[in-house]
Design a protein around this ligand. Structure first.
Ligand SMILES: [Zn+2]
Length: 195
C-alpha cells in the first residue's frame, strides 16, 4: 500500500507539472504509472473528464493490469491504451499522453516531426506516427502499444502524442522535449520562408 501511495503522489505531481507547462489543456490528457506490489502490477491513472490541474489523491484510480478497477472513480477513457503499452513494455513504468499544441499541430498536418539534436540515439529522421484511430478505442490501444514496442514516443495522427519512460517523470520530460522540438521546427520553417 505504501508503494501505491507514492505512485499516486507521483501521478498527481506530474499531472500538475504538465498542465502548468501547457502540455495539456482543459480536461485533456492523461497520466499513469505502474508499481509491482505483492508480485502484481498495479496501475495508477488519472480520471476521466477532470482537469489534470485540479486532481486530488482520491481522484486517481488504481487498477490491475487487466483493467479491474480497485478504487472509486472512473479512469481515463484511454486506460486500455495505457494497459496495452505496459503489457508490451516490461521496462517502462510511466506513460504520459498530451495534446500539447505544437506537437499536436504537426499531428494534424502533413509535416513530420524531426528528431532534433538531444534526442539520444537517432533511430530515424522522424518521430514515428500511427494513423488516426478513435480516441479511447481498442484499436488505438492496439496500434499505439505495438508502435511503442521499440520507441519511447509516438505521434497519434490528428490527435496528440504519447510518451513512455522508466518512471512517470521521465515520460513527462520526453513529452516536454518533443513539444520543444515541435516549436523549434515550426519557428525554423517560418523563418526559412521569410528570409
Ligand atoms: Zn488524447
Amino acid at each position: 500500500m505504501v508503494m501505491s501511495m507514492e505512485l499516486v503522489k507521483e501521478v498527481l505531481s506530474v499531472s500538475k507539472y504538465i498542465f502548468e507547462r501547457n502540455l495539456v489543456l482543459g480536461k485533456a490528457g492523461n497520466v499513469s504509472g505502474r508499481v509491482r506490489e505483492d508480485g502484481e502490477d498495479l496501475i495508477a491513472i488519472t480520471p476521466t473528464l477532470k482537469s489534470l490541474n485540479k486532481l486530488k489523491q482520491g481522484d486517481i484510480v488504481l487498477t490491475n493490469i487487466d483493467g479491474d478497477i480497485l478504487t472509486d472513480g472512473v479512469p481515463s477513457s484511454e486506460l486500455q491504451m495505457h494497459l496495452d503499452i505496459y503489457k508490451e513494455r516490461e521496462d517502462i513504468n510511466g506513460i504520459v499522453h498530451t495534446h500539447s499544441p505544437y506537437a499536436t499541430g504537426f499531428s494534424f498536418s502533413n509535416s513530420h516531426l524531426k528528431r532534433l539534436e538531444g534526442f539520444g540515439k537517432i533511430k530515424s529522421e522522424y518521430i514515428n506516427e500511427i494513423p488516426y484511430k478513435v480516441p479511447g478505442s481498442d484499436e488505438l490501444a492496439k496500434y499505439a502499444s505495438i508502435a511503442l514496442k521499440y520507441e519511447d514516443v509516438l505521434i497519434l495522427k490528428n490527435h496528440g502524442i504519447i510518451s513512455v519512460g522508466p518512471n512517470i517523470e521521465e515520460a513527462a520530460d520526453l513529452s516536454e522535449f518533443v513539444e520543444g522540438i515541435a516549436k523549434t521546427q515550426f519557428v525554423s520553417a517560418i523563418l526559412n520562408h521569410l528570409v
